[in-house]
Design a protein around this ligand. Structure first.
Ligand SMILES: Nc1nc2c(ncn2[C@@H]2O[C@H](COP(=O)(O)OP(=O)(O)OP(=O)(O)O)[C@@H](O)[C@H]2O)c(=O)[nH]1
Ligand SMILES: [Mg+2]
Length: 194
Protein backbone atom coordinates (compact mmCIF):
# COMPACT_ATOMS: atom_id res chain seq x y z
CA UNK A 1 0.00 0.00 0.00
CA UNK A 2 2.38 2.63 -1.30
CA UNK A 3 1.67 6.05 0.07
CA UNK A 4 2.00 8.78 -2.55
CA UNK A 5 1.85 12.29 -1.16
CA UNK A 6 1.26 14.60 -4.13
CA UNK A 7 1.41 17.78 -2.08
CA UNK A 8 4.80 16.94 -0.60
CA UNK A 9 5.85 15.10 -3.81
CA UNK A 10 6.84 12.01 -1.91
CA UNK A 11 6.48 8.30 -2.46
CA UNK A 12 6.64 6.09 0.63
CA UNK A 13 7.07 2.34 0.36
CA UNK A 14 7.21 -0.33 3.02
CA UNK A 15 9.58 -3.29 2.86
CA UNK A 16 9.44 -6.05 5.44
CA UNK A 17 12.27 -8.45 6.24
CA UNK A 18 10.73 -11.74 7.28
CA UNK A 19 12.20 -15.08 8.34
CA UNK A 20 13.08 -17.47 11.15
CA UNK A 21 14.46 -16.27 14.49
CA UNK A 22 18.17 -15.41 14.48
CA UNK A 23 18.31 -15.66 10.69
CA UNK A 24 19.89 -12.20 10.30
CA UNK A 25 17.01 -9.80 9.54
CA UNK A 26 18.12 -7.16 12.03
CA UNK A 27 21.75 -7.57 10.91
CA UNK A 28 20.67 -6.77 7.33
CA UNK A 29 19.07 -3.48 8.16
CA UNK A 30 21.78 -2.62 10.67
CA UNK A 31 24.29 -2.95 7.82
CA UNK A 32 22.14 -0.77 5.56
CA UNK A 33 21.99 1.81 8.33
CA UNK A 34 25.76 1.74 8.89
CA UNK A 35 26.53 2.18 5.19
CA UNK A 36 23.92 4.79 4.29
CA UNK A 37 24.99 8.43 4.31
CA UNK A 38 23.60 10.54 7.13
CA UNK A 39 21.32 12.73 5.05
CA UNK A 40 19.64 9.78 3.35
CA UNK A 41 18.63 7.89 6.45
CA UNK A 42 16.45 8.42 9.44
CA UNK A 43 16.89 6.90 12.86
CA UNK A 44 17.17 3.15 13.19
CA UNK A 45 14.61 2.24 15.76
CA UNK A 46 15.03 -1.17 17.34
CA UNK A 47 12.82 -2.61 20.00
CA UNK A 48 14.82 -5.54 21.30
CA UNK A 49 14.95 -7.84 24.30
CA UNK A 50 18.01 -7.84 26.57
CA UNK A 51 19.54 -10.54 24.41
CA UNK A 52 19.11 -8.51 21.21
CA UNK A 53 16.22 -10.51 19.85
CA UNK A 54 13.75 -8.30 18.05
CA UNK A 55 10.82 -7.76 20.36
CA UNK A 56 8.33 -5.94 18.16
CA UNK A 57 10.14 -4.64 15.08
CA UNK A 58 13.12 -2.68 13.77
CA UNK A 59 12.43 0.33 11.61
CA UNK A 60 14.69 2.27 9.25
CA UNK A 61 13.60 4.95 6.77
CA UNK A 62 15.99 5.56 3.86
CA UNK A 63 15.77 7.89 0.91
CA UNK A 64 16.67 6.62 -2.53
CA UNK A 65 16.60 9.68 -4.74
CA UNK A 66 13.80 11.06 -6.84
CA UNK A 67 11.56 9.55 -9.48
CA UNK A 68 9.86 12.04 -11.79
CA UNK A 69 10.25 14.73 -9.19
CA UNK A 70 9.00 12.61 -6.31
CA UNK A 71 11.28 11.85 -3.41
CA UNK A 72 11.18 8.10 -2.78
CA UNK A 73 11.45 6.89 0.75
CA UNK A 74 11.66 3.24 1.73
CA UNK A 75 10.66 2.18 5.18
CA UNK A 76 12.48 -0.99 6.13
CA UNK A 77 10.96 -3.15 8.84
CA UNK A 78 12.01 -6.45 10.35
CA UNK A 79 9.63 -8.76 12.15
CA UNK A 80 10.51 -10.69 15.30
CA UNK A 81 11.32 -14.20 14.13
CA UNK A 82 10.56 -16.04 17.35
CA UNK A 83 7.55 -18.27 16.85
CA UNK A 84 5.45 -16.83 19.68
CA UNK A 85 5.45 -13.27 18.31
CA UNK A 86 3.04 -14.11 15.53
CA UNK A 87 0.55 -11.34 16.31
CA UNK A 88 3.33 -8.76 15.86
CA UNK A 89 4.39 -10.28 12.55
CA UNK A 90 0.88 -10.12 11.23
CA UNK A 91 0.52 -6.50 12.27
CA UNK A 92 3.85 -5.44 10.75
CA UNK A 93 2.79 -6.85 7.36
CA UNK A 94 -0.07 -4.36 7.13
CA UNK A 95 0.52 -1.98 4.23
CA UNK A 96 3.57 -3.91 2.97
CA UNK A 97 4.84 -3.23 -0.57
CA UNK A 98 7.66 -5.76 -0.75
CA UNK A 99 9.05 -8.67 1.28
CA UNK A 100 12.58 -10.00 1.76
CA UNK A 101 12.70 -13.49 3.18
CA UNK A 102 15.96 -13.96 5.11
CA UNK A 103 16.63 -17.69 5.30
CA UNK A 104 19.19 -19.18 7.67
CA UNK A 105 21.40 -21.47 5.57
CA UNK A 106 22.32 -23.77 8.46
CA UNK A 107 21.14 -27.34 8.17
CA UNK A 108 19.68 -27.23 11.69
CA UNK A 109 17.44 -24.28 10.73
CA UNK A 110 15.79 -25.86 7.71
CA UNK A 111 12.58 -26.71 9.56
CA UNK A 112 12.48 -23.18 10.97
CA UNK A 113 12.91 -21.75 7.45
CA UNK A 114 10.11 -23.86 6.06
CA UNK A 115 7.84 -22.97 8.95
CA UNK A 116 8.59 -19.26 8.52
CA UNK A 117 7.79 -19.36 4.79
CA UNK A 118 4.52 -21.03 5.61
CA UNK A 119 3.81 -18.46 8.32
CA UNK A 120 4.56 -15.62 5.89
CA UNK A 121 2.15 -17.02 3.30
CA UNK A 122 -0.55 -17.34 5.91
CA UNK A 123 -0.05 -13.88 7.40
CA UNK A 124 0.05 -12.24 3.98
CA UNK A 125 -3.16 -14.01 3.06
CA UNK A 126 -4.84 -12.89 6.25
CA UNK A 127 -3.84 -9.30 5.40
CA UNK A 128 -5.29 -9.67 1.91
CA UNK A 129 -2.04 -10.18 -0.04
CA UNK A 130 -0.96 -12.99 -2.32
CA UNK A 131 2.59 -14.30 -1.93
CA UNK A 132 2.57 -15.14 -5.64
CA UNK A 133 2.04 -11.51 -6.58
CA UNK A 134 3.77 -9.32 -4.03
CA UNK A 135 7.33 -8.10 -4.81
CA UNK A 136 9.40 -10.80 -3.15
CA UNK A 137 13.10 -11.68 -2.83
CA UNK A 138 14.72 -14.70 -1.19
CA UNK A 139 17.99 -14.17 0.67
CA UNK A 140 20.10 -17.16 1.71
CA UNK A 141 22.03 -15.78 4.67
CA UNK A 142 24.87 -17.20 6.77
CA UNK A 143 26.70 -18.58 3.74
CA UNK A 144 29.93 -18.32 5.76
CA UNK A 145 29.03 -21.11 8.16
CA UNK A 146 30.46 -24.60 7.60
CA UNK A 147 27.04 -26.15 8.23
CA UNK A 148 25.42 -24.15 5.43
CA UNK A 149 23.26 -26.28 3.15
CA UNK A 150 24.28 -26.10 -0.55
CA UNK A 151 22.52 -23.26 -2.31
CA UNK A 152 20.70 -25.39 -4.93
CA UNK A 153 19.14 -27.46 -2.12
CA UNK A 154 17.94 -24.35 -0.31
CA UNK A 155 16.53 -22.95 -3.51
CA UNK A 156 14.69 -26.16 -4.20
CA UNK A 157 13.10 -26.16 -0.75
CA UNK A 158 12.46 -22.48 -0.15
CA UNK A 159 11.89 -20.76 -3.47
CA UNK A 160 8.19 -20.05 -3.91
CA UNK A 161 8.01 -18.75 -7.44
CA UNK A 162 10.63 -17.34 -9.77
CA UNK A 163 11.78 -14.78 -7.21
CA UNK A 164 15.34 -13.43 -7.27
CA UNK A 165 17.69 -15.29 -4.90
CA UNK A 166 20.77 -13.81 -3.22
CA UNK A 167 23.42 -15.41 -1.08
CA UNK A 168 24.47 -13.31 1.89
CA UNK A 169 26.73 -12.93 4.88
CA UNK A 170 24.89 -10.09 6.56
CA UNK A 171 27.44 -9.03 9.23
CA UNK A 172 29.98 -8.52 6.43
CA UNK A 173 27.40 -6.91 4.20
CA UNK A 174 27.76 -9.54 1.49
CA UNK A 175 24.55 -9.62 -0.53
CA UNK A 176 22.81 -7.06 1.68
CA UNK A 177 22.53 -4.22 -0.83
CA UNK A 178 21.98 -6.60 -3.76
CA UNK A 179 18.97 -7.94 -1.91
CA UNK A 180 17.64 -4.50 -1.03
CA UNK A 181 18.14 -3.11 -4.54
CA UNK A 182 16.37 -6.11 -6.00
CA UNK A 183 13.25 -5.74 -3.86
CA UNK A 184 13.21 -1.97 -4.39
CA UNK A 185 13.30 -2.53 -8.13
CA UNK A 186 10.40 -4.96 -7.94
CA UNK A 187 8.38 -2.53 -5.81
CA UNK A 188 8.99 0.32 -8.26
CA UNK A 189 8.04 -1.88 -11.22
CA UNK A 190 4.88 -2.84 -9.38
CA UNK A 191 4.13 0.83 -8.76
CA UNK A 192 4.46 1.64 -12.47
CA UNK A 193 1.77 -0.91 -13.30
CA UNK A 194 -0.82 0.99 -11.30
N1 LIG B 1 28.04 -16.29 10.93
C1 LIG B 1 27.00 -15.49 10.62
N2 LIG B 1 26.27 -14.96 11.62
C2 LIG B 1 25.25 -14.16 11.28
C3 LIG B 1 24.92 -13.87 9.94
N3 LIG B 1 23.84 -13.03 9.92
C4 LIG B 1 23.51 -12.81 11.21
N4 LIG B 1 24.35 -13.49 12.04
C5 LIG B 1 24.31 -13.52 13.51
O1 LIG B 1 23.12 -14.19 13.91
C6 LIG B 1 22.60 -13.62 15.10
C7 LIG B 1 21.15 -13.21 14.90
O2 LIG B 1 21.07 -12.14 13.96
P1 LIG B 1 19.84 -11.12 13.96
O3 LIG B 1 20.06 -10.19 12.84
O4 LIG B 1 19.64 -10.55 15.31
O5 LIG B 1 18.64 -12.14 13.64
P2 LIG B 1 17.09 -11.80 13.50
O6 LIG B 1 16.63 -12.52 12.27
O7 LIG B 1 16.84 -10.33 13.52
O8 LIG B 1 16.48 -12.50 14.80
P3 LIG B 1 15.07 -12.18 15.56
O9 LIG B 1 15.03 -10.72 15.79
O10 LIG B 1 15.07 -12.96 16.80
O11 LIG B 1 14.01 -12.65 14.61
C8 LIG B 1 23.51 -12.44 15.44
O12 LIG B 1 24.44 -12.90 16.39
C9 LIG B 1 24.20 -12.13 14.12
O13 LIG B 1 25.46 -11.56 14.28
C10 LIG B 1 25.74 -14.46 8.90
O14 LIG B 1 25.55 -14.26 7.69
N5 LIG B 1 26.75 -15.26 9.32
MG1 LIG C 1 15.72 -9.14 14.72
Amino acid sequence: MTFINYAAREINCKIVYYGPGLGGKTTNIQFVYDKTAGGAKGKLISLATETDRTLFFDFLPIELGTIRGFRTRFHLYTVPGQVFYDASRKLILKGVDGVVFVADSQEARMDANVEAVHNLKENLRENGYDIQKIPYVLQLNKRDLPTAVPTPDLVKTLRLRNEPVYEAVAPKGLGVFDTLKSVVKLVLMDLKKR
